[in-house]
Design a protein around this ligand. Structure first.
Ligand SMILES: [Zn+2]
Length: 79
């Protein structure tokens, strides 16, 4: 019984730290070379399909530093 409790606790801790990591170091996609001011969570985002320049994968924190914000399409998908 004690073992089960510990397992559940470890699982909860793992889940908690994992989601925190995703927020900080999550990779996002940006369209370079244009006046794009957004970043994308999904590489297959419709808005990225219209990108005529290079698509780069960077960290979400970097994208925010660049003054970019989450694209509306990706935001809607995320909920
Ligand atoms: Zn998007």
């Amino acid at each position: 019984m004690k073992h089960l409790t510990l397992s559940l606790l470890a699982l909860a801790l793992l889940c908690g730290s994992a989601s925190a990591q995703i927020k900080k170091n999550a990779k996002v996609y940006i369209c370079t070379g244009t006046n794009a001011k957004t970043y994308h969570v999904s590489r297959t985002c419709k808005a990225l399909n219209t990108c005529k320049s290079e698509i780069k994968q960077i960290k979400m924190a970097e994208a925010i530093k660049m003054g970019r914000h989450l694209c509306k399409t990706c935001k809607a998908k995320k909920g």
